[in-house]
Ligand binder design. Structure first.
Ligand code: 2HG
Ligand code: ZN
Length: 465
């Protein structure tokens, strides 16, 4: 069969006009938010049903064509980038909420449902979908599951994994599997659902997901606290955790704040300038909780851990305080940052950060380094900004040379080289710093079971052999 005939066959499997090959679509659907790899897919296909997805996978197996799943394309590791002539399977046309069960508090979603769509649906039912992050307006549930997305509420609610009650997947063989049947208790052997969460589409595609909802939080209230140094942040976390159930505990540096304030559309939290800032959030469900928060704040000031602070008094103030943290990633994207997304257990954070900081100061003396992250769960984002005069490839190559030292520290602390952004292509060469050779061999053997022909997102998680 000629290439042309193979593509004509693909067109018969989906609705008319749902195979795109125009340059603008190839460019748009072939990439995510990373800037490392130029997109080069051969076609984009938009199925609208599970049957169509199965037909596409069967076609890809017949012709040994690599498939790349595509959701909201907000990923930061190149997992949804098609840089080698793959066919992109985009889930935009499978974007409906199919069912809601108020008793089980579950929602059945197609993979292309946008995160915010699910959050809003939950709100309309008086409930809450708690996985949240800056890209929730465009990221899709299928992608969230593929990357086990985390975000800003993990300290209280955990990762996407915690909210997946059941999955329907089409494996690399084209089989449809229904995993866990939405049960809370199901002790019947291996939980295959968990394998597909965080698998970055390398085992198969999520074609339907039953997501759990939670009760809505009451009177969410945020505080932003300025600290004199990094070491003060962890005692502040402990002090507040001893007294309150936190829903978030984030941090960012003065360099991050400066970039946000330079936008001109976000008010400063207070006048004092501090090297680091913590943003914490809790449910001020009663007067006593708010009083406890203020008393803890005063205790932190007396101890010298906090220099200044503010507590939100309204929804608008809450939203404005969150902008200081949530706008960071998008704001600094202007400087084409080189990103690291690393984690250790929370108790190790201070020593870990000191060691990483020393390496960064030694090897990146001329680059601006912006720290922020979900420090309450041990996840730090290290962003190195590209100086205007350097071209992207030279800059990325010079940053990659430093990875060895950064990841050796991660390994020494038993940490992760990718806490929540996945491995994709940007971190695949470093997987061995967080996973043993035996573990990687098991992972590859699992992939071979579900995807014997290696057509599902090849070159992601593992470097091509
Ligand atoms: C965040 O926490 C996102 O804002 C993006 O995970 C992190 O831009 C980053 O490095
Ligand atoms: Zn993050």
């Amino acid at each position: 069969m000629t290439d042309h005939a193979v593509m004509d066959e693909l067109k018969t499997l989906v609705d008319p006009g749902k195979v795109l090959t125009d340059p603008a679509s190839l460019e748009a659907y072939g990439k995510d938010w990373t800037k490392h790899y130029p997109p080069a897919p051969s076609a984009i296909v938009l199925p609208k049903s599970i049957e169509q997805v199965q037909a596409i996978v069967a076609w890809a197996n017949r012709h040994r064509i690599a498939l790349v799943p595509s959701g909201g394309r907000t990923g930061l590791s190149g997992a949804a980038v098609a840089a080698h002539g793959e066919v992109v399977v985009a889930f935009d046309a499978m974007n409906r909420i199919l069912d809601f069960n108020p008793f089980d508090r579950t929602v059945v979603c197609q993979p292309g449902v946008i995160t915010r769509q699910l959050q809003q649906f939950a709100e309309e039912q008086g409930l809450y979908y708690p996985v949240d992050f800056a890209s929730s307006g465009s990221s899709q549930i299928g992608g969230n599951i593929g990357t086990n997305a985390g975000g800003i509420k993990v300290i209280r609610y955990g990762m996407t994994r915690n909210w997946v009650a059941g999955l329907k997947v089409v494996t690399g063989k084209g089989e449809l599997l229904e995993l866990n049947r939405d049960l809370i208790k199901n002790a019947t052997g291996y939980d295959l659902r968990q394998l597909f969460i965080g698998a970055e589409g390398t085992l198969g595609f999520v074609v339907e997901a039953t997501m759990r909802l939670e009760r809505a939080p009451r009177n969410l209230t945020a505080m932003v606290l300025g600290t004199p140094d990094f070491d003060s942040i962890m005692p502040v976390l402990h002090a507040f955790q001893n007294k309150l159930d936190l829903t978030a505990f984030e941090f960012f540096s003065d360099k991050g704040l400066a970039r946000i304030l330079a936008r001109g559309d976000v008010p400063a939290p207070f006048d004092s300038a501090c090297p680091f800032y913590a943003l914490l959030e809790f449910e001020a469900s009663t007067e006593q909780v708010a009083e406890q928060a203020l008393a803890t704040f005063e205790h932190c000031v007396e101890q010298g851990w906090v220099l200044d602070g503010v507590m939100s008094q309204s929804e608008t103030q809450l939203r404005n305080l969150w902008k200081l943290r949530e706008y960071l990633s998008e704001t600094i994207s202007h400087w084409t940052p080189y990103k690291n997304d690393i984690s250790v257990t929370v108790s190790k954070v201070p020593a870990f950060l000191r060691d990483i900081d020393a390496v960064v100061a030694e090897h990146y003396p001329h680059y601006e380094v912006v720290w922020y992250g979900h420090i309450g769960d041990g996840n730090l984002h290290l962003n190195i900004l590209k100086p205007e005069h350097l071209d992207k490839d030279t800059f990325f190559a010079s940053c990659a040379r430093v990875n060895k030292w950064v990841f050796e520290i991660v390994e020494r602390y038993n940490g992760s080289i990718s806490a929540e952004h996945g491995v994709g292509m940007t971190k695949r060469d470093y997987l061995g710093y967080s996973r043993s050779a035996q573990e990687i061999a098991c992972m590859k053997a699992i992939k071979a079971v579900f995807d014997p022909n290696g057509i599902m997102n090849p070159g992601k998680i593992f470097a091509p052999e």
